[in-house]
Design a protein. Structure first.
Length: 327
């Protein structure tokens, strides 16, 4: 199984790299505004929001589940931070207040994810149903707390987190790349990361091997909630406001990015770096179509069509490899 996993990942990475290069070449020949610093800067600012939410979605999918509450967990975490800043002086809130707000936001995200994971693990309910219920709850709670409006009026230094740069690299992108590195190490070098793959492959066999699968699933969703909270903090800093529904359109795209990156929809297979490549491809497609003046909805349609094409190609490739083995 390990050899097959390595072969599959290698083929996915190679295919994604080839396609990424082809897309870059195509858009660079179509418009002279594509290979510019302004365009790459724009992509670097837009990518982290979707990227962090995709990382939050990745762990549950690898474990054979799903977390439909990622965007609203991010929103409610952002609301927690915004509430602390408002209570601490609004625009005059100091760094200590901000640190307390970040701690509360991360705690709220972890709690939402942990509750979802615990219900999935200990009740045996399907992850789709449980996370859908959590999504509805968080959305309703957020609408109740904000009365459907925005919360704004934050200290000036918060804007640096959403729009600042260090050595010319946008801060949100640095945060996202750090999160990618953490997820990469977690999945490849920790017992819980190994358990995540095992649970996704066969939860019963994993349980019989001596692993506490219920505890592991709870922790997986808790970590997913933590990543959602980080995304919510970045979104609040970028928009300079918090509103229930920010990033709602990202939900299905996070699933798309995972599957495009070679993650098995039934769990057990997938790698962070492949998902990172998939995110870059989606961002390049979106930016290229935008420069060509295409409608935003057309870009979404292209993403969906692209995913269908990838699934068909993978199916054909799988049968080709199996055919060679049987010869």
């Amino acid at each position: 199984m390990i050899a097959a996993w390595k072969d599959r990942i290698g083929a996915d990475v190679l295919g994604l790299l080839v396609f990424l290069i082809a897309v870059i070449v195509l858009f660079s020949m179509t418009t002279d505004r594509f290979l510019t610093a302004a365009n790459f800067g724009s992509m670097a600012v837009q990518l982290p929001e979707l990227g962090l939410l995709t990382l939050a979605m990745l762990l549950p999918i690898l474990s054979g589940g799903l977390n439909l509450a990622v965007t609203f967990t991010a929103n409610i975490s952002g609301l927690a931070l915004a509430w602390v800043l408002q209570m601490g002086g609004g625009p005059d809130a100091g760094p200590v207040v901000f640190a307390l707000g970040v701690a509360l936001a991360l705690s709220v995200g972890a709690l939402a994810g942990g509750v979802t994971g615990a219900v999935v693990a200990y009740s045996g309910a399907h992850p789709i149903l449980v996370s859908l219920a959590m999504m509805i709850f968080l959305r309703g709670l957020g609408e109740f707390l904000t009365r459907g409006g925005d919360i704004s009026g934050f200290p000036d230094y918060v804007a640096f987190l959403g729009h600042g740069s260090i050595l010319g690299i946008p801060v949100p992108l640095l945060v996202f790349l750090a999160a990618v590195a953490v997820w990469h190490v977690f999945l490849g070098r920790t017992p819980l990361g190994f358990s995540t793959y095992m649970i996704g492959s066969n939860v019963e066999a994993t349980r019989y091997s001596g692993i506490n699968t219920k505890r592991a699933i709870t922790l997986i969703y808790t970590l997913s909630g933590l990543m959602c909270a980080l995304a919510g903090i970045i979104m609040m800093a970028r928009f300079n406001s918090v509103r229930v529904g920010h990033g709602e359109a990202y939900l299905l795209i996070t699933v798309l990015a995972c599957f495009l990156g070679g993650v098995d929809p039934f769990g057990g297979f997938g790698r962070v770096m492949s998902v990172l490549l998939a995110l870059v491809i989606l961002q390049v497609l979106s930016s290229g179509l935008n420069l060509l003046g295409a409608n935003q909805h057309l870009g979404t349609a292209v993403w969906g069509l692209f995913l269908i094409g990838v699934m068909v190609l993978r199916h054909l490739w799988k049968h080709r490899v199996e055919g060679r083995k049987n010869e």
